[in-house]
Design a protein around this ligand. Structure first.
Ligand code: DNO
Length: 347
């Protein structure tokens, strides 16, 4: 297990020094953030990022994300250019020593929550998803002010309407076909540069706002891995994304896909499943619905040796900042992951 931590670059309040001081920390998880989705990252920006992280004593081995342009997901003729750009990014990152690239294939909206500062019983705040709130919001309404950190803020309301309309004309099968087309082009490049591609599950793992979502459960992950049956075509096992549906047996999935050598990256966090949705909680098993010990053991016992990062944290001790991405609770998560790993290793 190689412990890693997401860093949003120069603008992140959390410094590389902060990250370096977390026990056991090995690599940053970062990206070039100032390039529009679909364009090629400059070699200079990649080299600067690498130098900065390595100078701070951390490895530069995991990128999250190289985002996938909507034209690729929509299967438009213009996808050719964006896929070629994507391949070029894989080549450049591979040359810079990157070993793992996390990405997702969710139409338009990345991770979605309905409230970012829900107060938990202990006074900390966390991100939550309540179905009745989702039913009330329509991100396409001009009077809706819902924007989330995961969403691409570059869309105007009209552009958003237009792209959603394009997806509405598409079936889940169309999305699968477009994913396969994309993988068939990028995986040979990833293999040539020995970069592991690690798709992130849809979060939450069901369809929202009427848009198709396909990276959601065991059956679909099986199907995904077979689209291009190459170890470089793998997963980011996100415990919280899969775990927010009680139908997903995350322990079983961790064991199964680790054994297949197809998990390259793990996002560790706990959630509490509620009748009307879910709440993000502390990483501890006792705080939520997931057995974090059993998940860690399943990974360990099946030979997992990829990257792990603590995922979203609550806001604690008065910290403010990017929802889910403060320092304190994620650092507690990292310490907990270290403890679980040491325990399963020595048992
Ligand atoms: C949320 C993250 C996601 C993830 C992307 C991967 O906190 O886990 O935004 O980075 O879905 O492309």
């Amino acid at each position: 297990m190689k412990l890693s931590f997401r860093w949003y670059g120069q603008d992140d309040k959390i410094t590389l020094e902060n990250i370096r001081q977390i026990p056991g920390m090995y690599s940053v998880v970062t990206a070039v953030y100032d390039v529009p989705v679909g364009e090629v990252w400059s070699r200079e920006s990649i080299a600067a990022l690498k130098k900065q992280t390595e100078d701070a004593g951390l490895a530069f081995e995991v990128i999250e994300s190289v985002p996938v342009h909507e034209d690729i997901k929509l299967g438009k003729p213009t996808r050719e250019r964006y896929i070629e750009n994507y391949c070029e990014n894989i080549r450049r990152l591979g040359e810079a020593g990157v070993k793992c690239i996390c990405y997702n294939f969710m139409p338009v909206f990345d991770w979605t929550r309905t409230q970012l500062d829900h107060v938990l019983a202990d006074g900390s705040t966390s991100l939550v998803y309540y179905q009745e709130q989702v039913d009330k919001v329509n991100p396409l309404n001009s009077d809706s002010d819902l924007t989330l950190p995961g969403w691409d803020a570059s869309y105007t309301r009209d552009e958003l309407r237009a792209v959603v309309a394009e997806y509405n004309a598409m079936t889940a099968d169309d999305l699968w076909n477009n994913l396969q087309y994309f993988l068939e082009k990028i995986i040979p490049v990833a293999a040539a540069y020995d970069v592991n591609m690690a798709i992130h599950e849809d979060d939450p793992c069901w369809s929202i706002f009427g848009l198709p979502r396909i990276i959601t459960d065991e059956q679909n992950l099986d199907k995904f891995l077979k689209l291009v049956d190459d170890p470089h075509n793998g997963l980011t096992l996100c415990t919280g994304s899969l775990g927010c549906s009680a139908k997903n047996d995350v322990v079983k999935m961790a064991a199964k896909y680790a054994k297949m050598g197809r998990i390259h990256f793990v996002h560790m966090r706990n959630i509490k499943i509620l009748p009307n949705g879910f709440e993000e909680r502390g990483h501890l098993s006792a705080d939520g619905s997931l057995d974090m010990y059993a998940i860690t053991k399943a990974l360990h016992d099946n030979g997992f040796d990829g990257y792990v990062r603590p995922d979203h944290g609550r806001m604690i001790w008065g910290e403010t900042g990017r929802p889910g991405y403060g320092l304190f609770d994620r650092a507690l998560g990292a310490a907990y992951i270290n403890g679980l790993w040491e325990a399963v290793e020595k048992a």
